[in-house]
Design a protein around this ligand. Structure first.
Ligand code: SAM
Length: 246
């Protein structure tokens, strides 16, 4: 059964990518046919989300607002009941209608009355009351072409001392500096080209930008399996950092 769902997902990954004249149209077209299989396939592809949520659970104090930017189906909220209960409002923000609709259904079925699903561009979203204590991006930075602008916006709506948590695919700079993982020449070409076919834009500046703009608390650089690419592992990172206090 899983194989049949995977075939459907792979078909859509191969066929519906990049169709549409706006970013939203491309996302809607890309996800429409594979939304129902999204969680099952991405559970085996998008590593680091469980690690990120576990790390945040250790770091975060009870607060008013958590914003998950590019939240997809809202599956991150399944990863920690504890983290979910620490916030009075959690905003799941996503531009793709097929995915945020699933997040909305999930929140309703689960009875999560502190969860609000918002179909919006992450660059435009502002929490209705005050600043956020936590903002997360899991595998959304690589799908947001204007990622610098969105991270700057996130920094503006994050409270001083608040946490940003990010996990995503990446490749290192050619010379990443002491203490950081260096990816080979072939890795630095293979993975951006492979995922680029589906509108996933690797940028070797994601991690340096986060390190420069937030005080790092957690950084893990890892590799994870890719379904059906036997023997190959794609690099990803898990980062949590604080917005500096003034
Ligand atoms: C690979 S999915 C990750 C979804 C979810 N965070 C997860 O971990 O399963 C990337 C998500 O980013 C969303 N996205 C891309 N650009 C966006 C934007 N400008 N504003 C809001 N969401 C965006 C996509 O619609 C998609 O749901």
């Amino acid at each position: 059964m899983e194989l049949l769902h995977d075939i459907r997902t792979i078909y859509h990954l191969a066929i519906t990518r990049q169709r549409g004249s706006t970013h939203k149209e491309r996302l809607d077209n890309f996800y429409r046919g594979q939304a129902q299989d999204y969680d099952s396939f991405r559970r085996r592809l998008l590593h680091g989300r469980t690690e990120l949520v576990a790390a945040l659970e250790d770091l975060i104090e009870p607060g008013q607002t958590w914003i998950d930017m590019g939240a997809g189906t809202g599956s991150n909220l399944e990863l920690s009941t504890e983290l979910r209960r620490r916030f009075s409002s959690i905003y799941l923000v996503d531009l793709a209608s097929p995915l945020i609709e699933l997040a909305r259904k999930r929140a309703k079925i689960r009875g999560w009355d502190n969860v609000f699903c918002v179909e919006a561009d992450a660059a435009q979203f502002k929490p209705p009351r005050g600043l956020a204590q936590l903002i997360t991006f899991s595998y959304s930075l690589t799908m947001i072409p204007s990622w610098r602008k969105i991270l700057q916006h996130a920094a503006e709506i994050l409270a001083p001392g608040g946490l940003i948590g990010v996990t995503d695919f990446y490749v290192s700079r050619a010379e990443p500096g002491p203490g950081f993982v260096r990816h080979s020449w072939s890795e630095r070409r293979l993975w951006p080209a492979w995922f680029g076919l589906d509108g996933v834009h690797f940028d070797q500046e994601h991690l340096p930008f986060l390190l420069e703009n937030f005080e790092p608390v957690v950084l893990k650089e890892r590799r994870g399996k890719v379904p059906y690419l036997f023997g190959l592992k794609a690099p990803y990172f898990v980062f949590a950092g604080r917005k500096p206090i003034a």
